[in-house]
Design a protein. Structure first.
Ligand SMILES: [Zn+2]
Length: 178
C-alpha cells in the first residue's frame, strides 16, 4: 500500500512502526511531516517543537489503544482528551470568491491536532469504521484503510502479502511431507 493512503490518524499510528520497517524514524523527518500537513489540508509548513512531537506521540498512543482494544463506547474517558483536541481551535467566517466560508482563525499546531483527531472521529463512529483493519501479517502491526468494494484488502503492502503467501505455501508443503 502507498503509506500515504488513508486518513491522517492511521498515517500517524503507522509512523510508530517506521523505525523497524525502514530503519528510520520518519516522524522526525520533514518528508513525513509534509505528507501529514497535506492530509490535513495545511498548506504552510509548520515548525514542530520537541514538546509538540511529544504531543503527537501521545496522540498516537491514544489512537493505538483505542484500535487495539476496539473501544467504541463514546463515554469512555479515553475520548475526553480527543474531545479537547477538537475544541482547541476557533473558526471565523471569511469571504472567498464571493462565498462565505468557515476558516480556522489560526493554522498552527493545534489546528493540525484538531484535523488528525477529526479524521479519527469521522471514521471511528461511522460506517467507515469497518474499513479500519490491522495488516494480516501479524509481525507488521500497521493499520490499513480498506477502500475496496468488498473489503477484501488484507495487507498493508506487497511485501507483507508475499511474505504470508510464501509462509503459507511452505506450511502446506511441510504438511504434505508428513
Ligand atoms: Zn503489513
Amino acid at each position: 500500500m502507498n503509506i500515504n493512503n488513508g486518513p491522517a490518524f492511521i498515517y500517524l499510528i503507522n509512523s510508530f512502526w517506521y523505525k523497524s520497517k525502514y530503519e528510520r524514524n520518519v516522524c522526525l523527518e520533514s518528508e513525513w511531516l509534509d505528507h501529514l500537513f497535506k492530509k490535513c489540508e495545511i498548506k504552510s509548513k509548520l515548525q514542530i517543537t520537541e514538546q509538540q512531537y511529544q504531543e503527537l506521540y501521545e496522540l498516537r498512543n491514544i489512537f493505538q489503544k483505542i484500535l487495539l482494544q476496539n473501544i467504541i463506547n463514546q463515554n469512555h474517558p479515553i475520548f475526553d482528551q480527543l474531545q479537547e483536541n477538537i475544541h482547541k481551535i476557533s473558526y471565523q467566517y471569511q469571504i472567498m470568491d464571493k462565498k462565505l466560508i468557515l476558516q480556522p482563525k489560526k493554522v498552527d499546531f493545534y489546528y493540525l491536532i484538531h484535523k488528525i483527531t477529526l479524521s479519527f472521529f469521522e471514521i471511528w463512529f461511522s460506517d467507515e469504521k469497518k474499513k479500519v483493519k490491522c495488516c494480516a501479517n501479524p509481525q507488521c502491526g500497521w493499520y490499513i484503510f480498506d477502500t475496496t468494494k468488498n473489503l477484501t484488502k488484507q495487507y498493508c503492502c506487497n511485501t507483507c502479502a508475499s511474505l504470508i503467501k510464501v509462509r503459507r505455501f511452505r506450511k502446506n508443503k511441510n504438511n504434505q511431507c508428513l
